[in-house]
Design a protein around this ligand. Structure first.
Ligand SMILES: *Cc1c(COP(=O)(O)O)cnc(C)c1O
Length: 381
């Protein structure tokens, strides 16, 4: 028998049993009244969790499709965009805008650091930009940017703000309307407790205005076509029915929990993971002030590659992620977003202790687990 798997990567994330069951609901007519009720419920739930009165559109696509939609629906070739990046996913957002002919200026911060809002403000003073592209939570490094402050800086200049919220949403606060985020992109396989395959895109009033002028080529991802169909609770093209069946159930679970409780739950597992890892003498990678509630990035012990560590963990059933891009050989990452429990964290730390001992990097068994347990015990007092 293979070891019982425990999926601890920052997406795809585990899916609750009731959502898995909903995924196998028999197909329905996507132009019929039952479908309309399904879509209505999903959109209403998404708007609540996006904290927006604006539109939220659902496209069957990876999150990257949502990022492409954000760019092509609001910008034109030649438009100047300031691209703020702190890692691999941030870089991708800029690459998309470049691919569609935007004049992209990149403001990059070192991996492991967060974007400095003052530096963003200075950069915005140097040129007439149309838009700012920013990643809320950088999944490759485990850093959460101070989006609220960055959004304020962008707002002060009346520029359009496009946000990759794919790995931050539901794990940390993202006040779409209140902070003035014109487009926010989410992805089903992160904290939404769903399989991959859907991207959610919020579109505010200013983004709709920009849409009217935006000349980037687009077809499938056209916001206006989607909005027109949504007036009849439909989609222009065949919706991903199984994922919507799942989304309806996941949204009910998430709304029942509530956003505040969801943020607190993510903070709790993140704090315990960090305490456990540090108690084992391992070094956290992300800057202390901006550590992510969605995942924890860790430097492996001297002389051990992330690949070795992950392979040994996998033999015990615990699947963690490696580094990405230039950090491939320097980091491992423990995902704790979505349907993750305190006990999953303890199991992961226990497996990590056994693995380090097996790899001749001895740690006293139970040290990391005890540190995490202490956190959980203190939290529940
Ligand atoms: C996962 C992720 C993406 C990409 O999502 P795909 O579904 O693989 O396209 C983009 N940005 C961030 C921050 C992510 O965590």
């Amino acid at each position: 028998l293979h070891p019982k798997p425990l999926l601890m990567i920052p997406g795809p994330t585990p899916v609750p049993a009731e959502v898995l069951q909903a995924l196998s609901t028999p197909m329905m007519n996507h132009r019929g009244p039952e479908y309309q009720a399904l879509q209505r419920e999903c959109i209403a739930g998404l708007k609540q969790l996006f904290q927006t009165e604006g539109d939220v559109l659902i496209f069957p696509a990876a999150g990257t499709g949502g990022l492409e939609a954000a760019v092509t629906n609001t910008l034109s070739p030649g438009d100047a965009a300031l691209h703020v990046t702190v890692g691999v996913f941030g870089e991708r957002f800029g690459d998309i805008a470049r691919a569609f002919g935007c004049e992209v200026t990149t403001l990059a911060f070192p991996y492991g650091q967060a974007a400095d809002p003052d530096a963003v403000a200075r950069a915005l003073g140097e040129r007439d930009y149309k838009a700012v592209l920013v990643t809320h939570n950088e999944t490759s490094t485990g850093v959460t940017n101070d989006l609220e402050t960055i959004a304020r800086v962008v707002q002060e200049r009346g520029l359009l703000l496009l946000v990759d919220g794919i790995s931050s949403m539901l794990a940390t606060d993202l006040q779409t309307d209140h902070w003035g985020c014109d487009v926010v992109v989410g992805g089903s396989q992160k904290a939404w407790m769903l399989p991959p395959g859907l991207t959610f895109v919020s579109v505010g009033d200013r983004a709709w205005e920009a849409h009217g002028r935006a000349r980037c080529p687009r077809f499938y991802f056209d916001f206006a076509k989607m909005r027109k169909s949504m007036e009849r609770d439909q989609t222009p093209y065949t919706p991903a029915l199984p994922l919507l069946f799942g989304l309806r159930v996941a949204l009910r679970l998430l709304l029942e929990e509530g956003l505040t409780a969801s943020f607190a739950r993510h903070q709790r597992v993140a704090r315990a993971t960090r305490a456990g890892v540090q108690a084992l003498g391992l070094e956290l990678f992300a800057a202390e002030s901006h550590r992510s509630p969605s995942l924890t990035s860790v430097r492996p012990p001297e002389g051990i590659t992330p690949r070795q560590l992950r392979a040994a963990m996998r033999e015990r059933g615990v699947v963690i992620a490696g580094g990405q891009g230039k950090m491939e050989d320097q980091l491992f990452r423990i995902g704790h977003l979505g349907y993750v429990s305190e006990i999953d964290i303890l199991a992961t730390l226990a497996a990590l202790e056994l693995t380090l001992n097996a790899l001749d990097r001895p740690v006293p068994l139970g040290t990391g687990v005890a540190a995490a347990q202490a956190m959980f015990a203190a939290d529940s007092e």
